[in-house]
Write a protein that binds this ligand. Structure first.
Ligand SMILES: C[S@@+](CC[C@H](N)C(=O)[O-])C[C@H]1O[C@@H](n2cnc3c(N)ncnc32)[C@H](O)[C@@H]1O
Length: 267
């Protein structure tokens, strides 16, 4: 038991240190062409939030240094961003101090696996590229606990089945933490223990081929075409979905603690 606690704390500390360094000296610029092709999943995330968020209480889970909280505050949302990295929280608080709607935004350093919020606190919980840094049983449990019964959560996450994308990940270990784990289809299944409704939308397969065109006039039309083809492929050939780079997950009907135990016992 003591060993387990030590192991968990060591993992959380590795995440904190890595992201403190990353946000001080961003490595992202090196791979920006690759990340540019993920535009469509980002648009889906923003579209969901623009529809669901106004007037609501929102948690941005693992907000990072490029938080959406400021954009959300502009929609009239009360938003709290949490992250394990103290550097992220400091930078975000400094940005908030200069921001016109800053009374609607707050940031707190917090472990996403052990949230310091009461049950049923949030209408919406959102996050990008955070779940795959976490122990999913703990994270899903905390999301289900703190989401209001009629609340919804949305995440954009990487998937871990595509051998070509995994080969790229193996070649760029400096860009990732030792403990991160792009999601598997079994992880999406696990979410069903914690939420009565789990929906997944898949993005970016052929679209990755547009990356070398970034910065040229051909990039936008080629990416749009390839994204459109991906959407048709994922709809016609469900087997291909797990090979997508990104999945947009929406969770609703959170199960509270007793219901989770009952559901687990029944399946
Ligand atoms: C890949 S970054 C994504 C950041 C941001 N959501 C974005 O899209 O730019 C992962 C973030 O998760 C945070 N993180 C990792 N483990 C965490 C934990 N246990 N609790 C809270 N935040 C955590 C990191 O500090 C980092 O900011």
């Amino acid at each position: 038991m003591v060993l387990e606690i030590d192991t968990v704390q060591a993992r959380i500390e590795r995440e904190r240190e890595f992201h403190n360094k990353e946000f001080a000296h961003s490595e992202r610029a090196k791979v920006s062409n690759v990340y540019l092709v993920t535009r469509r999943s980002g648009e889906r995330y923003k579209q969901f939030l623009a529809q669901q968020a106004p007037g609501k209480q929102i948690l941005e889970y693992g907000c990072g240094a490029n938080s959406y909280a400021f954009w959300l505050a502009g929609l009239g949302v009360q938003v709290v961003g949490i992250d394990i990295s103290d550097a992220v929280i400091q930078q975000s608080q400094q940005r908030a101090a200069q921001y016109p709607n800053s009374e609607r935004v707050s940031f707190r350093q917090m472990n996403a696996e052990q949230l310091d919020f009461p049950d049923d606190s949030f209408d919406v919980i959102c996050g990008r590229a955070i779940l795959h840094h976490l122990d999913l049983r703990k994270a899903f449990g905390e999301l289900a606990r703190t989401l209001k019964p009629d609340g919804q959560a949305i995440f954009v996450e990487p998937l871990g089945h595509n051998p070509i994308i995994n080969a790229y990940r193996n070649r760029t270990p400096e860009l990732r933490t030792a403990d991160e784990h792009p999601l598997l289809m079994s992880d999406l299944k696990l979410a069903e223990t914690y939420f009565g409704k789990v929906e997944a939308q898949y993005f970016h397969l052929g679209g990755l081929a547009a990356a070398p065109l970034a910065g040229t006039a051909a990039f936008d039309p080629v990416l749009n075409l390839l994204d459109g083809l991906d959407s048709v492929l994922f709809s016609l050939l469900p087997y291909l979905r797990k090979h997508a780079w990104s999945v947009v997950l929406t969770f609703s009907a959170p199960r509270k603690a007793d219901a989770i135990s009952q559901f687990s016992a029944a399946v």
